[in-house]
Design a protein around this ligand. Structure first.
Ligand SMILES: [Fe+2]
Length: 211
């Protein structure tokens, strides 16, 4: 019998989930602000199909709910960055977060995509309709490694090619921006409303250099 002297899980992909406290109050405020913005703007077409995607950076808006969510996202991002064992100190980093709101009505979905150029990407769930069964509103991640089909016959968890999640209202998820993801069509009559964001670090000296 051979001894296995080491088993390393190399090149892992961190996906983290956070529960935002007292999310109901925050979500009500975000829904109201979202409605106000939608009545003023047609939105833009990105990965969304059949839904509304806000223009610009939500976190530049003055509404208290967006400022609160910006603070929560910042806390989650630095928590996740610590959990992956980052050696760069928080004080040495300049963090920029850019966010937008997605509202997916019945049939609305997001096509597979990545968020190039950022470090973390995240999604905060404002409204996620209840469903009995099926994949309605689920986010699915696709393994970015190549040649995985070759491994599928082993049915081993480290080589699964996709993973889907159905976060609830008040949850925030974080994942590396290079990770391909998409959202299953909303089969419910109510809208699915999320706020997605990209978080990008620069070294703080770089910021000083350009100002
Ligand atoms: Fe996305």
């Amino acid at each position: 019998m051979l001894d296995c002297t080491k088993y390393e899980k190399l090149f892992s992909t961190p996906v983290l989930r956070y529960a935002v406290p007292e999310a109901e109050t925050l979500n009500a405020a975000l829904m109201a602000e979202g409605e106000r913005m939608r009545s003023a703007s047609d939105g833009v077409e990105k990965s969304n199909r059949g839904g509304w995607h806000s223009r610009g950076n939500l976190f530049r808006e003055s509404a208290a709910c967006f400022r609160q969510l910006h603070e929560i996202a910042t806390e989650a991002i630095f928590d996740a960055t610590a959990r992956i064992g980052a050696k760069t100190q928080r004080e040495a980093l300049d963090l920029r977060i850019s966010g937008w709101m997605n509202a997916n009505p019945t049939g609305g979905f997001n096509a597979p995509h990545t968020h190039p150029g950022a470090h973390w990407s995240g999604v905060y769930y404002v409204a996620q309709p209840e469903i009995e069964v099926g994949n309605s509103g689920m986010i699915e991640f696709i393994d970015p490694r190549s040649d995985l089909p070759n491994w599928r016959l082993l049915k081993a968890a480290p080589f699964r090619i996709k993973k889907k999640l159905r976060p609830q209202p008040g949850e925030m998820i974080l994942f590396p921006s290079y990770l391909v993801h998409w959202v299953y069509p909303n089969e419910a009559t109510e809208e699915r409303v999320t706020i997605a964001f990209n978080a990008t670090f620069k070294m703080a000296e770089d910021k000083d250099a350009v100002t």
